[in-house]
Design a protein around this ligand. Structure first.
Ligand code: HEC
Length: 102
């Protein structure tokens, strides 16, 4: 019985836990740039996941972005036409590029 009481006290103790002051949840805005080709990105890339997948990569080279678009098409079966893939790659490099081609 004693063991049961101790166990019950341990299990229910967190229910009475209190935090002093307010808890602030950080707000992290994703910077979505409305550059040339954003329409194609919107139509082709945001059906499966948020724009955060793009911004989380940081600034990258043109080859990196071309490779990502290809990966999404080949491995994750993103249904994008070749002309749209080109426009999306240009957009990604223009808005989230690091100035390097390779
Ligand atoms: C058919 C669904 C689908 C579409 C459409 C799609 N993606 Fe993805 N994407 C995924 C999946 C699945 C992952 C991997 C998720 C994971 O690893 O958690 C991913 C991951 C990513 C990543 C993270 C990096 C990586 O290598 O995993 C980036 C960047 C990305 N997508 C960009 C794009 C871009 C740009 C487009 C448009 C050309 C696009 N996605 C369209 C499904 C999609």
């Amino acid at each position: 019985m004693k063991k049961l009481l101790v166990l019950a006290a341990i299990v229910t103790a967190p229910l009475f836990a209190q935090v002093e002051g307010d808890i602030e949840v950080p707000y992290i805005p994703f910077e979505v740039k409305m550059g040339k080709g954003f329409g194609e990105v919107n139509a082709n890339c945001l059906t499966c996941h948020s724009f955060g997948y793009v911004t989380n990569q940081g600034r990258q080279s043109k080859a990196f972005w071309a490779g990502k678009v290809k990966k999404l098409m080949v491995h994750f079966k993103a249904p994008i036409t070749d002309p749209d893939a080109k426009i999306v790659t240009e957009y990604l490099y223009e808005e989230y590029g690091n100035g390097e081609l390779k």
